[in-house]
Design a protein around this ligand. Structure first.
Ligand SMILES: [Mg+2]
Length: 404
């Protein structure tokens, strides 16, 4: 079997998605997600100009060899653009291999290790009463665990709140400039424990509660927050520091027993070396789409398993149904699965990407369709062309740019 066509499809059924479609001489097709939120067209160029021509004529069964040649052969390793492009190729090849075998992808990854995949949903509120309503809505939808993000008194716009509407659905800023949000770390550190206190008082001790600090704290600030949240037993504190500096997590880890989750902006195993071998974290959070695909993410999970660290694949709305499908196959197969982030997509997105995976009672299952189980409606995709959109930027009261 040979690859005869490699096509990049960009579509915006409410938000931008980049998809690689490979076709073989036997008529099999494979899809891979290459969406890099806010920098989509850089990956389109990487794939179209530099990767697609190299794929023509290759045997699609040689996944490991193709991955290594794209990673090592470029000389310029790592980085989100490169790794999103390689991820799309990797997932498309796995899709083809599983279709050729007539099996859903999870069967090629060792088969199911569980019956279904547990998720968490996002609850957001501009204030605590609105957040409590949002938690109630997620529980009514069946979610067994909830990430809680609240507005902070005195701040106009805060991560996880200003970019969603009252149903928790994302409000996109499709404009030529990023939205500017504001930030005050001291106000945040004072407010978050009161948020946990209110949610625990309303929903009891058993509901798993997650919280995302979105890379905004120094190590000592993160340590303080971890300690302050301990009485409320969080499921995890996510991205408490900008963890490119992996050593920062040593201070946090020494100071608190609040579980730590890190890694949604990481793109290779090297970003995790210190964090995993020193057991500084509890969950690895990379997405299939941004980590080079199923092949390296499976290796990361196996590496993390030796240190009792679990998987928690990043799953916001900008991971397309193609990337989400690949994630759910991995989730079902790996032994050290922890939890899957899941917000779902709009009905229009689900029409463009018809998928076999299902969400019910707060749990996902990849389905039994051969491959990853996603079909791309190219005609409908073409009817919704790319629209420029950016993630927000964050500024302190005096105008200084802060981590978003
Ligand atoms: Mg996050």
């Amino acid at each position: 079997m040979k690859i005869v066509d490699a096509k990049v499809v960009v579509t915006s059924p409410g938000r931008n998605f980049v998809t690689l479609k490979l076709t073989t001489d036997e008529g099999l097709t494979g899809l891979g997600d290459a969406t890099l939120n806010g920098r989509e067209l850089a990956v389109v160029s990487y794939l179209t100009d530099h990767v697609a021509p190299l794929l023509i004529g290759l045997d699609p069964h040689r996944i490991e060899d193709t991955w290594q040649s794209l990673y090592r052969g470029a000389y310029w390793r790592r980085g989100p653009v490169t790794m999103a492009a390689i991820a799309a190729v990797d997932v498309a090849l796995w899709d083809i291999k599983a279709k050729a075998a007539g099996l859903p992808l999870y069967q090629l990854l060792g088969g199911a290790s569980r019956e279904r995949v547990g998720t968490y949903g996002h609850a957001n509120g501009r204030d605590i009463p609105e957040l409590l309503d949002s938690v109630r809505a997620r529980l009514a939808e069946g979610y067994p665990a909830v990430r809680i993000q609240s507005g902070i008194p005195g701040l106009k716009a805060v991560y996880g709140v200003s970019d969603t509407d009252e149903t928790g659905a994302p409000v996109l800023h499709q404009q030529a400039r990023p939205l500017v949000e504001d930030w005050d770390t001291a106000a945040y550190l004072r407010h978050v424990p009161t948020v946990f206190e209110a949610v625990r008082a309303e929903f009891g001790a058993e509901l798993p509660l997650l919280h995302d600090s979105h890379h905004r704290l120094t190590p000592v600030q993160a340590a303080r927050l971890g300690k302050d949240l301990e009485p409320y037993r969080p499921f995890w504190l996510e991205d408490c520091t900008p963890a490119e500096n992996q050593e920062a997590l040593r201070l946090v880890r020494r100071s608190t027993t609040t579980p730590l989750a890190v890694g949604e902006v990481f793109n290779t195993v090297y970003d995790y070396q210190t964090l995993v071998t020193e057991q500084l974290i509890d969950y690895v959070r990379s997405a299939v789409t941004h980590f080079g695909g199923v092949t390296p993410l499976r290796k990361l999970f196996d590496f993390a398993a030796q240190y009792q660290i679990k998987s928690a694949i990043h799953g916001p709305e900008d991971i397309s149904p193609v990337g989400m499908a690949a994630a759910v196959h991995l989730d079902l197969a790996v032994h050290n699965f922890g939890i899957q982030e899941y917000s779902g997509h709009t009905p229009l997105t689900d029409e463009v990407f018809r998928h076999a995976y299902t969400f019910s009672d707060g749990h996902l299952h990849p389905g039994e369709a051969p491959g990853i189980g996603v079909e791309l409606d190219e005609e409908l995709a073409a009817a919704h062309p790319y629209a420029a959109a950016y993630l927000p930027v964050n500024r302190l009261h005096d105008g200084t740019v802060h981590d978003w």
